[in-house]
Design a protein around this ligand. Structure first.
Ligand SMILES: Nc1ncnc2c1ncn2[C@@H]1O[C@H](COP(=O)(O)OP(=O)(O)OP(=O)(O)O)[C@@H](O)[C@H]1O
Ligand SMILES: [Mg+2]
Length: 333
């Protein structure tokens, strides 16, 4: 179904006044298609010619008026950059956090579809204990650069509206940068394509008409489960080698498609050298993962596994963080 009747963002739209400019990764850095050069020329010509009306892209997905406005504000720069032609369907969303949409890629792209992860303005404001994940992190602007401006840093500290907007962008940039690092390192994740102040564009995983399921909805045979489990551990090791802990890893954040896995959802990822709760959060990731794999018949001991992997990659085990600091993540508003 392409409809989403429960969507009401009226009171959230005010947050999108004066959106800062989007940042896009130059396509030629990511997609080796012969048509890129020609397209770049065409882009500069067409952009200068764009009228207000031409800025409005097609949304085949039957969105409510407010959702349309929200999508237009969040994705129009990607459209102008000729990443996509149309928004076909909502893959998941309509709740309090992010919504992910399947987009029809621009016809010069090597992909048929793209996935756009668009954030609720309040997503990160609802994250309880956000400082638990942000410890040691840099504050990033919409170009992915560290923020040094004292006024901005003060606003973040005081959690003013301005400060919360900066933090919102910083979370998204953090997710995008983590995806870039991990994709570069060969992890099984959707290829990150571009980031904006309120959205991330990435490779779409799935069929023409249905997105790939998350692992928690998939029943694996024992041999499949073994194979997938090893793959997940391999990816965890890639993350550890690159100083990253996922921070919200579970079968809910792994896509399963065509026998392959794709880890997703990285805003909470953290650096073990910068975050004193890293091991406790890492162990929680392993616990949640093993909950799924144990049901699939895999014998795994999450605590031992977490310790072994952690030590194998040269990290120290700090005293566990107070468990009350770790759960639950989201305030039930
Ligand atoms: N690249 C992708 N291709 C296909 N589907 C995707 C992709 N990325 C995300 N999804 C779908 O969108 C859902 C939400 O994405 P994600 O987990 O990144 O966001 P979230 O903020 O955690 O939202 P939720 O809390 O609903 O999981 C995923 O569970 C998955 O079904
Ligand atoms: Mg998720």
């Amino acid at each position: 179904m392409n409809t989403n009747h429960n969507f009401d963002l009226t009171e959230q739209l005010e947050d999108f006044v004066d959106l800062p400019p989007i940042r896009n990764v130059p396509r030629e850095n990511l997609l080796q298609t012969s048509s890129i050069k020609n397209r770049k020329k065409a882009t500069s010509f067409q952009l200068s010619d764009l009228s207000e009306q031409e800025n409005e892209f097609n949304i085949s997905y039957s969105a409510s008026k407010h959702e349309r406005e929200w999508l237009t504000a969040s994705l129009k720069d990607f459209y102008q950059q000729q990443w996509f032609e149309d928004i076909l369907r909502l893959i998941k969303g309509g709740g309090k956090e992010a919504s992910v949409y399947q987009c029809l890629a621009n016809n010069t792209s090597q992909n048929s579809y793209l996935a756009a992860k668009v954030y609720r303005p309040r997503k990160f404001r609802q994250l309880r204990n956000d400082s638990l994940y942000r410890e040691g992190r840099l504050h990033l602007d919409d170009e992915g650069h560290e923020i040094h401006d004292n006024r901005a840093l003060h606003a973040i500290e005081k959690r003013t509206k301005f400060g919360m907007e900066i933090l919102h962008t910083s979370w998204i940039e953090h997710e995008f940068q983590t995806m870039q690092i991990l994709h570069q390192a060969g992890a099984d994740i959707p290829m990150p394509l571009a980031s904006g102040n309120n959205a991330i564009l990435m490779e779409y995983i799935g069929w023409d008409d249905v997105a790939a399921p998350t692992l928690n909805t998939v029943n694996l045979s024992l041999s499949e489960a073994k194979w997938v489990f090893d793959k997940v551990i391999h990816n965890i090791e890639i993350m550890l080698k690159n100083q990253r802990v996922h921070g919200d890893l579970s079968a809910y954040n792994i896509l399963y498609f065509d026998g392959e896995i794709f880890l997703i959802d990285f805003p909470q990822s953290l650096n073990p050298y910068e975050n004193r709760s890293a091991f406790a959060i890492f162990r929680r990731d392993l616990l949640r993962l093993c909950e799924y794999f144990q049901v699939m018949g895999i014998r795994c001991k999450p605590n031992n596994l977490a310790e072994d992997l952690w030590l194998k990659h040269g990290y120290e085990i700090h005293p566990p963080a107070d468990p009350r600091l770790i759960e639950p993540d989201f305030i039930d508003l």
